[in-house]
Design a protein around this ligand. Structure first.
Ligand code: SDX
Length: 394
């Protein structure tokens, strides 16, 4: 596994790379992290254990897990000057805009772990990113709503800490709901890695030049933001809110099939999965659990999503093109039910995918054969021609 990116002479959409980390069988709808099926990890593991698995290649034993969790927990604070970054943004800055800028700026603060060619520094940088990205994400929400930043609390686990930083205020005590925290942790697990998706490939291309890991992850965040990629979870909620009622589903199915209409059914389709995205099925079940826990089992948007999935999967166009719900179709409904605003959905995706990004970055830069990515191109422009002076131009 060299993690070397090689591009065919065509467009970058068919880039290829070797890796030991994540396996996907798109036809069978299989997803394995280091050989472990996502269904088993979602049920029996937790996000930091999965992050350890992705980075180090095996599930940690009890001692390894305790040491890893303690290390990440103790690095959740940001350098105090980093809080100044937020005051440079408009109050309505999208959390992903804040994250791209602030994660990239980590390279100005943690220079003792930015050398991508030193193995120890690489691991420190990876752990710092895992630890600090949730704080950066939660603070971008606090800044949006004009509430004070809440500092991480070491007494909480990873998901509880994120809920605390998102929803606690200095004015009253706040204890995260353990069932919601467990569901959020599972959402983190489902988003942790996904082979050579656009943002992970971006991290590899940027890292192949020797750029520091903070800049690489910032580039990954930028790529993930797109509505065709991680931004689809926010776009799916917007679409469901726009559809509003099951009686209008047919209109949107027709639009999705109309080649003259740029509309696509958000949360549907995938470059690799030509079967149900296994993460979508687990996310649908998590929806049921969280909505029941919150007494929202009649949530109209969830009912609308279930009806939309049913109708789409009975439609010849979707069947023929093998378009199924992907990870983004139900995730927004779960997070919205937890009180998380739509604008934070992709930031949470980025928080979780940081585990996969740093694992893939470490795999690539630790390879002795790693070379700078240099996509080839098929030139389709004009043939050689001589310069035309201004007076001869028409
Ligand atoms: C993620 O790569 C990853 O692994 C990504 C991800 C990860 O974990 O990192 O899984 C996360 O990004 C999930 C995808 C989230 N995006 C969306 O839900 C946006 C809606 N989906 C589509 O835009 C689309 O399905 C993509 C972008 C996901 C995949 O695009 P592809 O592989 O380029 O597929 P395509 O555009 O070639 O589509 C094939 C055909 C086309 O029709 P034809 O030209 O053959 O006639 O299917 C049609 C498309 O028009 N199609 C859709 C559709 N998705 C594909 N038609 C309507 N609605 C859709 N959603």
């Amino acid at each position: 596994s060299q993690g070397i990116l090689t591009y065919d002479p065509g467009f970058m959409s068919t880039a290829s790379c070797s890796s030991n980390i994540t396996y996907i069988d798109g036809d069978a709808g299989l997803l394995y992290y280091r050989g472990y099926p996502i269904e088993q990890l979602a049920e029996h593991s937790d996000f930091l254990e999965v992050a350890y698995l992705l980075i180090h290649g095996d599930l940690p034993n009890a001692e390894q897990k305790e040491k890893f969790v303690n290390t990440v927990t103790r690095h959740t604070l940001l350098h105090d000057l980093m809080s100044n970054f937020y005051r440079g943004f408009r109050r309505d800055a999208h959390p992903m805009a804040v994250m791209v800028g602030t994660v990239g700026a980590m390279s100005a603060f943690y220079r003792d772990s930015s050398d991508s060619f030193d193995a120890k520094q690489r691991q420190v940088a990876a752990y710092r990113l895992l630890a600090k990205v949730p704080t950066i994400a939660a603070w971008s929400y606090k800044y949006n709503v004009g509430l004070p930043f809440m500092y991480p609390q070491n007494r909480f686990n990873y998901a509880e800490n994120f809920l605390y930083m998102m929803f606690a205020t200095p004015a009253e005590d706040y204890e995260p709901n353990p069932i919601l925290a467990r569901a959020l942790d599972r959402i983190f697990v489902l988003h942790a890695d996904h082979e050579q998706n656009a943002s992970s490939s971006t991290v590899r291309v940027v890292g192949s030049s020797g750029a520091n890991p903070f800049a690489c992850v910032a580039a990954g965040i930028a790529s993930l933001w797109g509505p065709l990629h991680g931004g689809a979870n926010e776009a799916t909620l917007t679409m469901l809110e726009e559809i509003g009622d099951a009686s209008r589903i047919g209109e949107y199915i027709r639009r999705a099939k109309d080649k003259t209409d740029s509309f696509r059914l958000m949360g549907f389709g995938h470059r690799v999965y030509k079967n149900m995205d296994p993460r979508a099925a687990i996310m649908r079940q998590t929806c049921h659990e969280v909505l029941n826990e919150l007494g929202l089992h009649d949530d109209p948007l969830f009912k609308l999503a279930l009806e939309l999935e049913k109708i789409a999967l009975e439609d010849d166009y979707f069947v023929e093109k093998k378009l199924y719900p992907n990870v983004d179709f139900y995730s927004g409904i779960v997070m919205r039910a937890m009180g998380i605003p739509n604008s934070m959905f992709t930031a949470i995706f980025a928080l979780a995918r940081t585990a996969g990004w740093v694992a893939q970055w470490m795999e690539m830069v630790s390879s002795v054969e790693q070379r700078i990515a240099r996509p080839r191109q098929l030139y389709t422009g004009p043939v050689r021609r001589d310069f035309v002076p201004m007076e001869q131009r028409t």
